[in-house]
Design a protein around this ligand. Sequence first.
Ligand code: ADP
Ligand code: ZN
Length: 435
Amino acid sequence: MFAEYWNPYIERMPIEDLHKLQEERLRSLVRYVHDHSRFYRQRFQEAGVEPDDIKKLSDVTKLPFTSKRDLRNTYPTGMFCIPENWVVRYHVSSGTTGKPTVVGYTQGDVDMWTESLARALTSIGLGRGDVIQVSYGYGLFTGGLGLHYGAERIGATVLPTGAGNTERQIELMQDLGSTAIACTPSYFLYINEVAQKMGVSIRNDTKLRAGILGAEPWSEETRKRIEDSTGIKAYDIFGTSEMSGPLFTECHLQNGIHIWADLFLIEVIDPKTGMRVEDGERGELVVTSLDKWAFPLIRYKTGDITILNNEQCECGRTHPRIMRILGRTDDMIIVRGINVFPSQVESVLMRIPEIGDNYQIIVDRKGPLDVMTVKVEVTESTFSDKIADLMSLSREVGRQLKNVLNITAEVELVEPGAIPRSEGKAQRVIDMRRV
Ligand code: ADP
Ligand code: ZN
């Protein structure tokens, strides 16, 4: 029914050959950006590095880092390396963490992006005969169009619903037999909730068997909830607009996201020192693009916290994996000196069966003290129980948060539906200290 690999030669390439390929591509990339971009020339000069200094793969550490700040400072296209009339498409990021940023593509760049997704979607067992419902936003956001092209490339049928209009999504899912859906995990939970209200069971009344879920942090516990309640397999998909958009997924083994090493060179660093951390240790993901020409990336600091896994995957793909993204450095909440990522709070909450799928973290300052409140919905059946039970439940949630995260939080249990739903990225943190 489906090919096991989209591009078996590249996907199973021996590591040494992959490294050789990366080395060659890195050398030509560095020469290219130096010759085609004033921005990079200047950066190299400041760092005292010339293209000829980059000979081996390990020389990548001689290159300066870049970040979202550079993209903003050169808004809109100051980091591009081609004349504007070669750009076939722009995307503009939603600006989750500030002023929007513009990215651009050559035709070849769009093809690279599509190739990456074709490999990824094939690796989770999708192909001809599948109907892939793309419920990511279409337009300036990269999610919709990215998945659309990737799904078409592997010969699947695309149902381009975009985000929103949830009841209609569910009707179409049934009428046209969607077998996979691509959206944020929080939107998928909402779709499931609306389906239940419509009397539609995703497990019994649809053909859905895979979710391609990402664009925001989520946890293993949420994956388990999604899989248990709907019967689908939920796969993590990752990318950022600077890298192209969504690019990489886990393979069918669901144990880390394969990053195609012929296309991107990745490092995981300590965000404070800029030094690489050991494999298996947590750090910030840094990417260098090896086949992207309108807007190439040199050691781009994504802000995303993950763990690099260079062990060979049992699926036969030789490319490295990153483990689930914990969150962005700027999403990290520091409460009374303790660092917490919302996804860690989520892990604790989703293990408690009486707790529903939606939560929000509110951080405020009372006098000199930071106060963190976890506002979380209870399930329908918990809600209809007695008040006394709710009080002991809220104490229990507070106790588990304290046990696992070593943080004291006020817990506010609310009725199902009280927390706003999102069709795209959910807003999990409200930091009143920043207002
Ligand atoms: P914006 O920066 O405006 O939100 P992007 O589409 O570029 O727009 O967002 C990319 C970011 O989304 C990543 O840097 C990461 O923080 C987050 N993200 C994307 N996919 C995942 C995922 N699977 N898990 C966790 N976070 C993700
Ligand atoms: Zn694998």
